[in-house]
Design a protein around this ligand. Structure first.
Ligand code: FAE
Length: 528
């Protein structure tokens, strides 16, 4: 841990320098390696390239979150969102739309390159993080390793022993994964909401399990004791955490920039990818200012190109490249095999004596694990709903084993990439979540909450996902190591490799797969 903190301190200094540099317009630029996107897949690629001595340029469309606003904070809280909350919106679009059917959750904001984006497709929208660190800036930090048996089912061609013996441990160590002290968990008011949900699950004969997190639980205990500035205990999460969370800027990016070989350009959105006659890759990118105005369109070239723009970002870039003819030899598997990780959100109403407490920590630490139930496999995260008052609501993000998959296609009329997800595909997740939570409600004589997802009385939020997965599936669009088929020295390292579902929260798997890809690529593809 000491090494990690040293790297983080070093990295912050360097991040500051890089950001100053990113403000100056650049001419066309080439680098041996370019990484698109700075989430988990991009961060692993950049660190390992930098350590191998390969000069690497990283292009990220979001901003670097290292300067404070007028309130002295870098990020805003969920209860008082401002322009920093969302990516160029005039109103926030929080997952929980209403309370008591009232439109009191979302707030008007001014457009700005904020930390959270909600990308809308027909019938499905996808929450993603924007900025250096990608999803790590806005996520709940749950760092879960899937069941080995399910990993093998999803990745039959990957050596699972090697993943569980080498790459998962490597990813967890780098990410700074830790677990809550069980004794503190049992006694603190901040996790009463979780204990209440555990009791309800137990009454239905269901198993619950602690899940690790990248939020520093030592820091959280100091928050509770009043000796550290509150973050997870002050309602901070989906618009960023000002303290406590080991997001990628404090782990992988600190180490990557510390190699001296990695340069980061922020507020640059890659628009297209093509290949020059000499086999190098050519990119165009729009550089925007904080109003969203394009101030420069830049060209880059590289020998090795790593795509880490996330499941929807990477897939959109490659589908567009194939279907507009800039990378015409991409195979038909590009764009296919996309899923929501079976995500469905829901709330239950507890009895008045089963309180959840006015104080709720924002970092989830427990799940209801019914994945082994072959008839209806579900893993449900016990999610926080910090409102600062007692509301008796138990909130959950259910991850169901939904086998439905959709494809992205290029629409030449609009120039947009579309996702072919249908409502009946979401209905599969809902039916599975309902089967589990009907059981819990029956055992506890409780009911669902009808007031949280819009004025229509929707019980199951089935129109968004936190866990977009697939689109460039490992072994199909790429070889077994993320090398894109048909294009040498072009790689995918992010969540688009995961075939639509992994049964738990996905970032540890994405990180571990990227570590595996980079170990192989650096050993085989970059040798002189
Ligand atoms: P990602 O982290 O999305 O990074 C992609 C990056 O690429 C972003 O920074 C983009 O801004 C950037 N980008 C995209 N397109 C372009 C372009 N054209 N040019 C330049 N830059 C581009 O990708 N997962 C867990 O395991 N545990 C959790 O507790 C958890 N909670 C979540 C809560 C929320 C609210 C959300 C939104 C997600 C949560 N997730 C969680 C999901 C997790 O954050 C997600 O799987 C990973 O972030 C995906 O990692 P990737 O590397 O695929």
């Amino acid at each position: 841990m000491a090494a990690l903190q040293t790297a983080a301190t070093l990295g912050f200094t360097r991040i500051g320098l890089q950001s100053a540099r990113a403000a100056e317009p650049d001419a066309a630029e080439s680098a041996p390696a370019i990484v698109i996107g700075s989430g988990y897949g991009g961060a692993v690629a950049a660190l390992r390239l930098g350590q191998a001595g390969i000069r690497t340029l990283v292009l990220e469309m979001g901003r670097l979150w290292n300067t404070t606003g007028s309130d002295g904070k870098i990020f805003c809280s969920t209860s008082a969102p401002d322009q920093r909350s969302m990516w160029f919106r005039t109103r926030t679009e929080a997952p929980l739309a209403t309370f008591l059917w009232l439109d009191v959750v979302n707030k008007d904001i001014s457009p700005y390159p904020g930390a959270l984006d909600r990308v809308h497709y027909d019938n499905m929208s996808v929450y993603v993080g924007r900025g250096v660190g990608g999803g790590s800036l806005v996520n709940g930090g749950m760092a879960v390793t899937p069941l080995k048996s399910y990993f093998t089912e999803q990745f039959p061609t990957v050596d699972a022993d090697e993943m569980y013996g080498t790459y998962y441990p490597r990813a967890r160590a780098m990410l700074g994964v830790n677990t809550i002290d069980p004794a503190w968990f049992e006694s603190t008011e901040w996790y009463r909401f979780t204990r209440t949900s555990r009791k309800a699950a137990g009454n239905a004969g269901l198993r619950t399990t602690f899940v690790p997190n990248v939020y520093d639980f030592g820091y959280m205990q100091r928050e509770a004791a009043g000796t550290a500035t509150k973050s997870a205990l002050a309602g901070e999460v989906i618009y960023g955490n000002n303290h406590g969370k080991r997001s990628l800027d404090k782990t992988y990016w600190a180490a990557a920039l510390g190699t001296g070989n990695v340069t980061l350009h922020t507020l640059e959105r890659v628009k297209s990818v093509s290949r020059a006659g000499d086999g190098s890759y050519v990119l165009t990118a729009d550089r925007i200012d904080v109003t969203g105005t394009v101030v420069e369109t830049k060209q880059y070239s590289c020998t090795y190109l790593f795509l880490g723009a996330g499941s929807v970002g990477t897939t959109e870039l490659l589908v567009r490249a194939r279907d507009t003819g800039t990378l015409p030899d991409l195979n038909p598997a590009v764009g296919a095999g996309w899923g929501t990780n079976g995500n469905t959100m829901l709330g239950r109403a507890n009895h008045v004596w089963d309180t959840v407490g006015a104080d709720e920590a924002t970092m989830p630490v427990m799940g209801i694990d019914d994945w082994a139930n072959a008839d209806n496999p579900v893993f449900a995260e016990i999610a926080p709903l910090p409102m600062g008052f007692e509301h008796w609501i138990s909130l959950y993000l259910a991850i169901t084993k939904n086998p439905e998959r959709a494809s992205f296609t290029y629409d030449s009329a609009s120039g947009a990439v579309k996702l072919g997800w249908r409502p009946d595909q979401s209905a599969v997740s809902v039916a599975m979540a309902k089967k589990l939570f009907d059981r819990i409600n029956l055992a506890n004589l409780t009911i669902y909450r009808y007031d949280l997802f819009g004025s229509g009385g929707k019980v199951f939020a089935d129109d968004f996902t936190y866990h977009p997965l697939g689109g460039c599936v490992l072994g199909k669009a790429t070889d077994d190591y993320g090398r894109v088929r048909g294009y040498p020295r072009l790689y995918v390292t992010d969540g688009s490799l995961v075939p639509g579902n992994i049964g738990v929260n996905p970032f540890v798997t994405i990180t571990a797969l990227a570590e595996r890809t980079m170990a192989r690529v650096l050993a085989e593809d970059t040798a002189p």
